[in-house]
Design a binder for this molecule. Structure first.
Ligand SMILES: [Zn+2]
Length: 203
């Protein structure tokens, strides 16, 4: 299946893609492509956010505006960021027998960006509402867990910090949070753009 890259999806979200392309994207999303849906949903939220508190004229290029906006909000420590691509989602896989029986409530997703692979496993310890995430960050080029210092941040789409943690020497981290709409998980390392992962419905 051929996927849509960032710019066509952003144009679609802004309603400025041509009728042909718009039709293709709509049909593709209707087929349930998770990769494009995740990107589409993330950009839709970002567009709403930009529209809500925008003091700008309608942007020529939403991607540029949004990056500018995020970086200006984090002006004390300017950051460049990259939206991660979803490459695996366990909910899209056929369930294994053990999982189907219901004892285990774990959801795994894998994202990639900036030469990093980020493996996230979500779970919940009932009866608590808290969601816990166990993650591991790999350096794709070195084919091993990320060893340099990295920080994981969980924030709202308005850039309010909810939780932060450092990764271990094995590239692992653990974070717990109250489920909430539209959270972002950021992986901050030196020498790379911050990798931002939209947590689509972590519940
Ligand atoms: Zn797709």
């Amino acid at each position: 299946m051929e996927h849509f890259s960032e710019q066509p999806l952003v144009d679609f979200v802004r309603g400025v893609s041509g009728p042909e392309l718009g039709k293709d994207i709509r049909a593709h999303l209707a087929k349930g492509c998770l990769k494009c849906k995740t990107a589409h949903d993330a950009w839709s939220r970002v567009r709403r956010l930009a529209a809500e508190d925008s003091v700008y004229a309608p942007p020529e290029n939403l991607v540029r505006l949004v990056k500018l906006e995020f970086s200006s909000k984090a002006a004390r420590r300017p950051m460049k960021w990259t939206l991660a691509n979803l490459v695996f989602n366990s909910l899209a896989q056929p369930l294994q027998a053990g999982v189907r029986s219901g004892a285990l409530n774990v959801w795994q997703v894998i994202y990639e960006a900036e030469g990093l692979t980020v493996d996230l496993r979500f779970g919940r310890r009932s009866p608590s509402r808290e969601v816990h995430v166990v993650g591991q960050v790999f350096d794709k080029q070195a084919v091993r867990a990320l060893k340099n210092n990295a920080t994981i941040e969980l924030s709202t789409e308005k850039d309010q910090l909810i939780a932060t943690t450092a990764i271990t020497a094995l590239g692992e981290f653990h974070i717990e949070f109250e489920p909430k709409e539209h959270l972002w998980l950021s992986v901050k390392t030196s020498g790379r753009n911050t990798v931002r992962i939209p947590l689509t419905n972590p519940a």
